[in-house]
Design a protein around this ligand. Structure first.
Ligand code: PEP
Ligand code: MG
Length: 312
């Protein structure tokens, strides 16, 4: 029964009772478009733009950026681009180091770095607006490492000034999750980055292998923050683009928590599509309740799977 229920499905992501959950791809650039399409991605939920900026001594010009963005934007009807996510954890040769940071994960990274170098953000946004011109694509741009509503507002204003009309924020910092209601006033959409959200929830550096137990997105504390974020979104789109979205059982739990789309590495798409198709939204909600009632990650995982018959 299990294999029959999880038979390969195609088409848009949806639960067994027809609740749509768009299934999107995490990509790093035009080189990943083919794999995303081959696995049936409905769009891109996370375009990590760092690849364009790494390993060089001068920043890519707007024309070079525009060409790379256009190659992605012309392949999909819906693309969420993340503004440059750099910092002492992902250093760039052409951005003068802000000095040694004893705690790079807690330092000037993501939007914090872009606020120090507003010309980098403005150049990126201008290139994106130009790349989308004349294409039928829905372009959304989001900022990494947003802490509060003021940062969300500032980012949305920068987007609009550049002609980008849909501006969102990644929810990666517990403060942003807890005050999602405030951020939703300023942002058009949310995308929860469960990798960093777990890191900051447990104060456990994601680069330190010895702490990997604390990086588990099944931790009930992480699920609670996802729930509070989805609720705070107040009807605005609230996706997940961290590794959690690519785990079939956890994907069902996230849908049950009110997450509206799931973005993952392309090879994970078929199994997630099948798991959603095998369960109703009600079953996903019950799995979410069971997982949040658990006291640790392992119990949350097994309780959720028990509530999802095709995965039990
Ligand atoms: C995340 O933090 O979950 C995320 C999707 O972003 P990255 O892994 O690129 O930090
Ligand atoms: Mg992140």
């Amino acid at each position: 029964a299990r294999s029959a229920a999880l038979a390969a499905t195609t088409g848009p992501g949806a639960t067994a009772d027809g609740h749509a959950v768009p299934l999107l791809a995490n990509i790093g650039g035009p080189q990943d478009v083919a794999a995303a399409l081959a696995h049936g991605a409905e769009g891109v939920g996370l375009f990590r733009t760092e690849f364009l900026f790494l390993d060089r001594t001068t920043p890519p010009g707007e024309d070079e950026q525009e060409a790379a963005y256009r190659a992605v934007l012309q392949a999909f009807p819906y693309v969420v681009v993340r503004a440059l996510d750099a910092g002492a954890d992902k250093p760039l040769g052409f951005l003068p180091a802000t000095g040694e940071e004893p705690n790079p994960a807690l330092g000037e990274r993501g939007l914090r770095m872009l606020r120090r170098h507003p010309e980098v953000l403005a150049g990126q946004l201008a290139a994106l607006a130009r790349a989308a011109r004349g294409l039928p694509v829905e372009l959304l741009v989001m900022a990494p490492m947003v802490a509060d509503a003021a940062e969300a507002r500032e980012f949305a204003e920068a987007c609009r000034a550049a002609g980008v009309t849909r501006a969102g924020v990644m929810i990666e910092i517990p403060a942003a999750a807890l005050r999602a209601r405030d951020l939703a006033v300023e942002a058009d959409f949310f995308s929860i980055g469960t990798n960093d959200l777990a890191q900051y929830t447990f104060a456990a550096d994601r680069q330190v292998g010895a702490l990997s137990r604390l990086q588990d997105p099944w931790q009930p504390a992480v699920l609670d923050l996802v729930a509070v974020t989805a609720e705070g979104a107040g009807g605005k789109a609230c996706g997940v683009c961290g590794e959690a979205a690519g785990d079939p059982a956890l994907a069902c739990v996230l849908a049950g928590l009110g997450v509206t789309s799931l973005s993952m590495s392309p090879p994970s798409l078929p199994a997630v599509r099948a798991a959603l198709a095998a369960h109703t939204l009600d079953q996903c909600r019950h799995a979410a309740i069971a997982a949040r009632a658990a006291h640790d990650a392992a119990t949350a995982r097994s309780a959720a799977r028990e509530a999802l018959p095709a995965l039990a």
